[in-house]
Design a protein around this ligand. Structure first.
Ligand SMILES: Nc1ncnc2c1ncn2[C@@H]1O[C@H](COP(=O)(O)OP(=O)(O)O)[C@@H](O)[C@H]1O
Ligand SMILES: [Mg+2]
Length: 452
C-alpha cells in the first residue's frame, strides 16, 4: 500500500510533466518547421523577384538564368503558355511545362509555392509571374531541393525530443525521490504505531520536519508520551493499591494468628481486636477514597451557583468534634455574598479533604482558617493552618496519588495519600487552579482559584 502511494505520486508527477512537455515540444517543432520553410520561401521568392525584374529590362534571358551558388535544382523562364524559354540546366528549353504553381501564379499574378517529395527527396516549387503594366507575360519557375532544410528541421526535432526525454527521466527520478521523502516519515509513523500496538509505548520517532507531516509526528510523539505516562500511572496505581491493602491485611493476619496460637488473656485479646478494628477502618477508608477517585472519572460535573461560605459552615460542623478533640479552632472568614458555579458534592469532597488534613496535621491549640480573597479579578479560597507544615522537598508531590510525607506518621493518622489527589482532580474538572505554600513546623496555606 505504502509502496503504491510513492509510485502513484511519481506516476502522477511524471504524467503531468509529460503532458506539459509534449505540448511545448509540439508547439516548438511546428513553429520551427514553419520558420525554416518561411526563410527558404523568402530566399527563393527574392531570387525569383530579382530575376523577373531583370527580364523586364530586356536583358538576354539565357544570360540571366543561372543557379545561385549552393542551389540544387533549376530555374526556368516560361511564357504564358508554359513553354520553356530558358533553363538554367539547358535541358527543357522549348518544352511545355504546366503545374499548380504556374497556373496559380498566372491566375493570381503573384508568386505561388508548393512542396513535393520526389524520389524520396524534398523539393520546393516557386512560381513568380513576370509582370508588365499588370499583365503577365512570363513565369520564373524555380524548383529547388530543400533536403538540407528538412535535415535541419529533423535534427532540431531530434534534439528537442532527446532533451525532453532526459528532463522527463530526471523528473521521474526526482518525483520518486520526492515520493520517498513524503512516504518515509509516514512509514516511520506506521512503524511507531505498530510499536504502540504491540504495547511498547516508549517509542522514538526520527522525524525532524517542520511541515504538516512534522506537526503530525510531533502530535504523535506527544500522544505516545501521554499514553506512556498514563500507562506508567496505571501500573504504579495498581502496585500502590496492592501495597496499601497488603500492609493492613498482613497486620490483621499477624494479630489473628497471635489470637489463635497464644491464647492471650481477655485484656490482650481486646487490644488485639481493637487493632484489627482500626486496620479494618483504615482499609475501608482507603477503599472509600479509591471509590471516590474512580467515581470522579465517571460522573459529569453538575454546576450550579453555590454560596461557598454556607457549604464551608456545613463541613465545619461535621469536623467540630474532631477539631475540638485536637484543640484546633476552625474559623470561617468567608464572604457570605460569594456564589461560585460548582458541583456541590464535589466541592464538599474538597472541603472535607482539606479540613481533615488541616486538623490531622495540625498542632494542639492551633487553628484552621478558611477565607475568601479576590485575586486577579478572580475569587480565591484560602485554607490556612499553623500545623506541622510540609518541607520544600515534599511540596511538589503532595497532590500525587498515594503520596504521604512521612509514611509511618501519616499511616498512624489513617492517611492513605489519596485525599489531595482527589482535591486536585476535582479542581481540574472545574477548571480551577490549586496551589500550596508551606513552611515546615510553621503551617500551610492552600489556595483554590475559581474561574468565576
Ligand atoms: N495541612 C497540611 N499540613 C501538613 N501536611 C499536609 C497537609 N495537608 C497535606 N499534608 C501532607 O500531604 C500528604 C498528602 O495528603 P493527602 O493526599 O490528603 O493524604 P493523607 O491525608 O491521606 O495522608 C499528607 O500525607 C501530609 O503529609
Ligand atoms: Mg488527606
Amino acid at each position: 500500500m505504502i509502496k503504491k502511494l510513492s509510485l502513484n505520486l511519481a506516476v502522477t508527477y511524471a504524467a503531468i510533466f509529460f503532458i506539459a512537455i509534449a505540448t511545448i515540444d509540439i508547439i516548438l517543432i511546428i513553429s520551427y518547421k514553419k520558420n525554416q520553410l518561411e526563410k527558404t520561401e523568402a530566399f527563393y521568392t527574392k531570387v525569383a523577384e530579382f530575376l523577373s525584374s531583370r527580364i523586364d529590362m530586356n536583358i538576354k534571358v539565357s544570360n540571366l538564368i543561372a543557379n545561385p551558388e549552393g542551389m540544387e535544382g533549376r530555374i526556368l523562364y516560361l511564357d504564358t503558355e508554359g513553354r520553356v524559354l530558358a533553363d538554367s540546366l539547358l535541358e527543357f528549353e522549348g518544352t511545355i511545362i504546366t503545374n499548380n504553381e504556374i497556373r496559380n501564379a498566372l491566375l493570381s499574378k503573384t508568386h505561388s509555392i508548393g512542396y513535393y517529395n520526389l524520389n524520396e527527396r524534398n523539393m520546393a516549387m516557386f512560381a513568380c509571374p513576370v509582370l508588365s503594366d499588370n499583365d503577365v507575360y512570363g513565369i520564373i519557375l524555380i524548383s529547388a531541393y530543400i533536403d538540407e532544410v528538412y535535415k535541419e528541421i529533423s535534427s532540431f526535432n531530434r534534439n528537442v525530443i532527446l532533451i525532453s526525454a532526459i528532463v522527463l527521466i530526471i523528473v521521474i527520478l526526482f518525483s520518486i525521490l520526492m515520493g520517498e521523502r513524503i512516504i518515509n516519515p509516514i512509514k516511520e509513523l506506521n512503524r511507531a504505531s505498530h510499536e504502540i500496538l504491540k504495547g511498547n509505548l516508549n517509542i522514538s520517532l526520527d522525524i525532524k520536519r517542520k511541515d504538516e507531516i512534522g506537526m503530525l509526528a510531533k502530535t504523535f510523539r506527544l500522544m505516545s508520551e501521554e499514553l506512556n505516562k498514563i500507562d506508567k500511572g496505571r501500573k504504579r496505581f495498581v502496585s500502590d493499591i496492592s501495597h496499601e491493602l497488603k500492609t493492613p491485611l498482613a497486620s490483621i493476619k499477624v494479630l489473628i494468628e497471635s489470637l489463635i496460637e497464644s491464647h492471650p488473656d481477655e485484656k490482650t485479646t481486646k487490644e488485639y481486636l481493637k487493632d484489627i478494628d482500626s486496620e479494618i477502618d483504615r482499609m475501608s477508608s482507603l477503599v472509600k477514597s479509591l471509590l471516590t477517585a474512580a467515581r470522579l472519572e465517571e460522573i459529569k460535573v453538575s454546576i450550579k451557583p453555590v454560596c461557598i461560605s454556607k457549604e464551608i459552615e456545613n463541613v465545619i460542623r461535621i469536623f467540630s468534634p474532631m477539631a475540638h478533640k485536637k484543640g484546633i479552632k476552625l474559623i470561617n472568614d468567608c464572604n457570605e455574598d460569594i456564589y461560585i458555579n460548582l458541583d456541590k458534592e464535589m466541592f464538599k469532597e474538597v472541603l472535607i479533604n482539606l479540613i481533615d488534613n488541616g486538623i490531622k496535621y495540625g498542632k494542639g491549640k492551633g487553628f484552621l482558617r478558611l477565607k475568601t480573597k479576590s485575586f486577579d479579578g478572580k475569587v480565591c479560597l484560602l485554607i490556612e493552618d499553623n500545623g506541622c507544615g510540609i518541607s520544600d522537598k515534599d511540596l511538589p508531590n503532595i497532590f500525587d496519588n498515594f503520596y504521604r510525607v512521612d509514611e509511618a506518621r501519616t499511616r498512624d493518622k489513617g492517611g492513605s495519600g489519596i485525599g489531595l489527589f482527589i482535591v486536585r482532580r476535582i479542581c481540574e474538572l472545574h477548571g480551577w487552579s490549586i496551589s500550596v505554600k508551606s513552611k515546615l513546623n510553621t503551617g500551610s496555606e492552600f489556595c483554590i482559584k475559581f474561574n468565576n
